[in-house]
Write a protein that binds this ligand. Structure first.
Ligand code: ADP
Ligand code: MG
Length: 153
């Protein structure tokens, strides 16, 4: 599958990448966001939502587990499973419901809900590199591949 690597010199570059990614997403897509604490996962989602026209505050779902957005005719669900101590918390919270419909799911710390989380269509990995970041975007399904064909839009 297609894989793209990019250097992100500053926060603005991470926001811009999020906005670019937002342009190619389709309903029902699952995007996993990998990378350590502070790597820029929430920043990328903030750029993605702003790019779609969302003007309000984009909060980290660290405590709420999920934040829901409706913008540009799309439903988007932003998850953060950082605080899970057991993957079963994903089921206990009823979060699997979010993954059955047309909502676009953006997931931080997906491995904390393994093996219950359905597989990703696209994985974005962020790594700290000095003061900057390196992003790698990989398609993990045919649907994800189709979206990345037109990336960057
Ligand atoms: P995460 O959700 O991965 O824990 P956050 O997005 O909450 O990370 O925080 C990332 C931090 O790194 C923020 O302070 C943000 O301003 C900063 N940051 C994001 N992208 C870059 C970048 N490309 N270069 C330098 N700093 C960045
Ligand atoms: Mg975060």
């Amino acid at each position: 599958h297609k894989s793209i690597s990019l250097a992100l010199a500053n926060e603005a570059a991470t926001l811009a990448l999020g906005a670019q990614l937002g342009k190619v997403l389709v309903p029902g897509l699952r995007v996993f966001l990998e990378g350590d604490l502070g790597a820029g996962k929430t920043t990328l989602v903030r750029g993605l939502l702003r790019g779609l026209g969302y003007a309000d505050k984009v909060k980290s779902p660290t405590y709420t587990l999920v934040e829901e957005y409706s913008v540009s005719g799309l439903d988007l669900f932003h998850f953060d499973f950082y605080r899970f101590t057991r993957a079963e918390e994903y089921l206990d919270a009823g979060l699997d419901e979010y993954f059955t419909g047309d909502g676009i799911c953006l997931v931080e710390w997906p491995r904390n809900a393994t093996p219950y989380l359905p597989p990703a269509d696209i994985v974005v990995s962020l790594a700290v590199a000095g003061e900057a970041r390196i992003a790698t975007i990989v398609a993990r399904s045919d649907r994800g591949e189709a979206c990345l064909t037109s990336f960057p839009a």
